[in-house]
Design a protein around this ligand. Structure first.
Ligand code: HEC
Length: 146
């Protein structure tokens, strides 16, 4: 009887340990909210990229591009002070905010450039390259490799 109770306990603690390990693997950092936001960023980014590829697409979908740019900017502002560790597990809120500030500034500028009366697709495309640069810079430090 004593024996059996012991093994039940052992099993229970094993299951608990596995549960924690599973949790830790699925979510190395506390960033489920950030992940959801990044999925939105990914979709807005795809919409913009597609519609700044050539003049015809841009002319037709200019307003959608501007709206997506504003949405990107808003997400940046929402996550500007997010508590997230970098790839090495280090937390440096100032570094995170600096990356976000660059992103916020460029998405804002891009939204203005795209909205300009008579905005030309090649210029808008160049302006978006500056936004993409801010994505990459942050990912280099914060985003785990796939
Ligand atoms: C200030 C930092 C930062 C900026 C700026 C940033 N990202 Fe991210 N991004 C992250 C982090 C951290 C993750 C990993 C979080 C996660 O997916 O759980 C991530 C994840 C992603 C993912 C993966 C989401 C998925 O489905 O797994 C995509 C796609 C992405 N970012 C696109 C972008 C694009 C496009 C931009 C620029 C328009 C951008 N990000 C700007 C930090 C940033």
């Amino acid at each position: 009887m004593k024996n059996r109770k012991g093994s039940v306990l052992a099993l229970a603690s094993l299951v608990t340990a596995m549960g924690f390990a599973g949790l830790a693997m699925a979510q190395p950092r506390d960033d489920e909210k950030l992940h959801k936001a990044m999925e939105q960023v990914r979709d807005k980014n795809a919409l913009i990229s597609k519609n700044i590829r050539n003049e015809a697409n841009f002319k037709k979908n200019k307003q959608a591009v501007v709206d997506a740019a504003k949405a990107l900017n808003k997400i940046g502002k929402e996550f500007r002070e997010f508590d997230v560790a970098d790839k090495t597990g280090k937390k440096d809120p100032k570094a995170w905010t600096a990356f976000m500030d660059a992103y916020i500034k460029e998405t804002e500028k891009f939204a203005e450039d795209a909205a300009k009366e008579g905005a030309k697709q090649p210029d808008v495309k160049k302006s978006y390259a500056n936004v993409s640069g801010t994505c990459t810079k942050c990912h280099d430090v914060y985003r785990e490799e796939e």
